[in-house]
Design a protein around this ligand. Structure first.
Ligand code: PMV
Length: 293
């Protein structure tokens, strides 16, 4: 018996780090993700090809699969560990596929429970936004409250987003800790990031690329001010502007990872990224997960 499932990755469009302190952030599911294929076969459960050398993967498989009898194949169209939600997409795809293998209904509740259990192996105490966006698709506005995270669907037109990979991974836990250590100094910047998202909501909903681009630039320099950018991320943002993007910012925790640029004409930016040795690709919002189960 063979079953398979797909789940998308995500991008944080605005509000990272501020969200840790109770402000909202805006994230979208993207049209790239993880595909998991499971098949029954004799022997210990494990990955049937080399995917990534990460001991947490085996632990993740054991969280939702029997210890023996299952061969696993994983395919990714996401860069791994770059703030695009690769572990959450894997968690959701694995949750869905494991339910199918057991012949159980693939309900949101059941997938959520399995995906969150797997996400915790990779991220310790994740906010839960990554796997929630991956499960639901589309765009979500979310914030953490005292009683847990709150999510709200956000209507967003299709935006011409180019992702540029800095080529190095940032460590989310380290970046969050470094901000916490300087919280009194950086709090005004986090408040400004929050205000910026609030003031950009109308432009986002209208698809006003110039206004959104300006806001992304401001958001990037605020993230730089709180110490989570790197010289490479700053350089990518500058190259994006010189290549016709209306704006660009780091997306996710920073310290590495990816930059997102708003590029109505992506050609020159894709060429410039290649010249600099950065991987770059266009992404679109993934509207709904319903047909991907
Ligand atoms: O890099 P990512 O995708 O793990 O995003 C982290 C976003 C933060 O706001 C920095 C942390 C968080 O838990 O929300």
């Amino acid at each position: 018996m063979t079953v398979e499932a797909f789940a998308p990755g995500k991008l944080i469009l605005m509000g990272e780090h501020a969200v840790v302190y109770g402000h909202p952030a805006l994230a979208i599911a993207v049209n790239r993700g993880m595909r998991v294929r499971l098949h029954s076969r004799p022997g210990a459960t494990g990955i049937d090809h080399s995917f990534a050398d990460d001991p947490r993967l085996t632990e993740a498989l054991h969280r939702v699969l029997p210890v023996a009898g299952v061969g696993v194949e994983i395919e990714s169209t996401l860069p791994i560990g770059r703030g695009m939600g690769s572990s959450a997409a894997l968690a959701v795809a694995l949750g869905r596929a494991s339910l199918k293998l057991e012949g159980k209904p693939v309900t949101s509740e059941a997938v959520n429970e399995r995906a969150f259990a797997v996400e915790r192996i990779f991220h310790g105490q994740p906010s839960g936004i990554d796997h929630t966006v991956s499960m639901r698709g589309g765009a979500l506005l979310y914030n953490r409250t005292d009683i847990g995270p709150e999510f709200q669907r956000f209507e967003l037109p299709d935006l011409p987003i180019v992702v540029i990979d800095s080529g190095s991974a940032g460590n989310t836990a380290d970046m969050v800790r470094s901000v916490a250590e300087r919280i009194e100094d950086v709090r005004p910047y986090l408040d400004q990031i929050s205000e910026l998202l609030q003031n950009t909501k109308a432009a986002l909903q209208k698809g006003d690329l110039v206004a959104i681009g300006q806001a992304w630039h401001e958001n990037h320099w605020l993230l730089r001010a709180i110490g989570v950018s790197t010289p490479t991320l700053d350089k990518i943002v500058r190259v994006a502007a010189e290549s016709g993007a209306t704006g660009a910012k780091l997306a996710g925790a920073g310290g590495g990872g990816v930059v997102i640029a708003l590029a109505p004409n992506p050609g020159p930016l894709l060429v410039a990224a290649k010249q600099n040795g950065w991987d770059a690709f266009e992404v679109r919002q993934n509207e709904s997960d319903e047909n991907q189960r």
